[in-house]
Design a binder for this molecule. Structure first.
Ligand SMILES: Cc1ncc(COP(=O)(O)O)c(C=O)c1O
Length: 409
């Protein structure tokens, strides 16, 4: 690849590059220290101690006790485990409250509950993606078993005030879970000072590997395992531990804590510079959730006169990776449920692109994105309005032959 062909990876909310320090630490547990942590001999103690250390490192990042961490296969499993446990532990529980903008790893299990006779209230959001706390409180009923509200939205980066929501839930004696998959490693978290009962996270969103995550279960909160088996994880998650990946998660957590406390990361200033430049150079551009508190790495932008699938194709031809909404939806024609919840006309959902930055992005990559994106948007707008003036979908037009962008792009 030449310099101009260099990949510009602006999809860090979909997944992140493994940190070299994480790889270095996990490899010996694939090659040499392959013992089963449950075995009694000295050889396996290495694996057991490494899992313990990972638990301590993650607990330090979250401000909780190591005993409150349960390792899982990722964010999806953690979310499913909480929803399952809350209903199993509360036989009177017939109702769950969540938001309309959750990730499908919460929405789908909640929708499944409705088929099993459990009611679910999906609380809406305003145009900036904020939730109304009075509306949320009013949704809680005597038979509510769980409130589940995400900490940071994966599409817009909008933060929910989860500590306040947790306090409301404690007041009402209802369990509170937060899907913190996009918040972990990006903002400081100190669970010890909160009323949060459960928190989900996933290693691959903060420079760890895919397929490993964790669930925080407050030590005073009852929990019923989703996966029953050999009593691993203190009886809270059956199955032989994925040692190398857990070690990697622990190292990724340690590095994330360093980046957070030393403020080494340039991610926020990169994102802000990118946003300012896009708003300045592209007419009809706006930032989704601009009026809300957001995580520092995410920029969801809406562009008048474009369709996001066509923009993605054209950006891909120029080696820019970003997404239309969540990565799970890419390739599907369905417009983002998050952006539709923020704008019922569906316009923003059709015209938006999500750019998400990470600590491996460089200023030069951001410069190149700032140079290319306005040209791509302009090209799409020209393609969408043919001579007779009627608007056509540029998706088909983009597919057969990618138009070259002028000016080195
Ligand atoms: C907010 C949120 N929750 C849950 C998940 C699912 O996590 P995992 O990929 O580890 O299953 C994701 C992944 O995109 C996410 O962004």
């Amino acid at each position: 690849m030449t310099a101009t062909d260099e990949l510009i990876y602006l999809d860090n909310n979909a997944t992140t590059q493994l940190d070299p320090g994480v790889i270095e630490e996990m490899v010996p547990f694939l090659r040499e220290h392959y013992g089963n942590p449950s075995s009694g001999y000295a050889f396996a103690a290495k694996a057991r101690k490494a899992v313990d250390l990972a638990r301590e490192r993650l607990a330090a990042l979250l401000g909780c006790e190591p005993s409150e961490i349960v390792f899982t296969s990722g964010g999806t499993e953690s979310n499913n485990a909480v929803i399952n446990s809350a209903l199993q532990c509360d036989p009177r529980g017939k109702h769950v409250v969540t938001s309309a903008v959750e990730h499908s790893a919460v929405l789908q299990p909640c929708q499944d509950l409705t088929k099993r006779g459990c009611e679910v209230t999906f609380v809406g959001v305003d145009g900036d993606g904020n939730v109304d706390l009075a509306e949320l409180e009013a949704a809680i009923r005597p038979e509510t078993a769980l409130v589940s509200m995400m900490w940071a939205n994966n599409e817009t980066g909008v933060l929910f005030p989860v500590e306040k929501i947790a306090a409301i839930c404690r007041e009402k004696r209802v369990l509170f879970h937060t899907d913190a998959v996009q918040a972990t490693g990006k903002i400081p978290i100190r669970l010890r000072d909160t009323a949060i009962n459960f928190l989900s996270l996933s290693a691959h969103k903060f420079h760890g590997p895919k397929g490993v995550g964790a669930l925080y279960v407050n030590r005073r909160t009852r929990f019923h395992p989703l996966i029953a088996g050999g009593g691993q994880e203190n009886g809270r998650r059956g199955g032989t531990e994925n040692v190398a990946s857990i070690v990697a998660l622990g190292k990724a957590a340690e590095l994330a804590a360093e980046y957070l406390s030393a403020d080494k990361t340039q991610v926020r200033s990169m994102r802000d510079r990118f946003e300012r430049a896009i708003l300045e150079r592209v007419s009809g551009a706006s930032v989704n959730g601009a009026g809300a508190a957001r995580i520092p790495n995410t920029s969801s932008c809406s562009f008048e006169g474009i369709e996001s699938p066509a923009a993605l194709l054209l950006l891909d031809r120029h080696h820019i990776c970003c997404s239309a909404g969540s990565a799970c939806r890419s390739g599907s024609q369905e417009a983002s449920h998050v952006l539709r919840a923020m704008d019922s006309s569906g316009d923003r959902a059709r015209r938006s692109l999500r750019f998400s930055f990470g600590r491996f992005n460089t200023d030069a990559q951001v410069d190149r994105a700032i140079e290319l994106i306005p040209k791509v948007i302009e090209k799409l707008r020209q393609m969408a309005v043919p001579a007779h003036g009627s608007v056509v979908s540029p998706v088909a037009t983009v597919l057969p032959a990618a138009p070259e962008l002028s000016g080195g792009g």
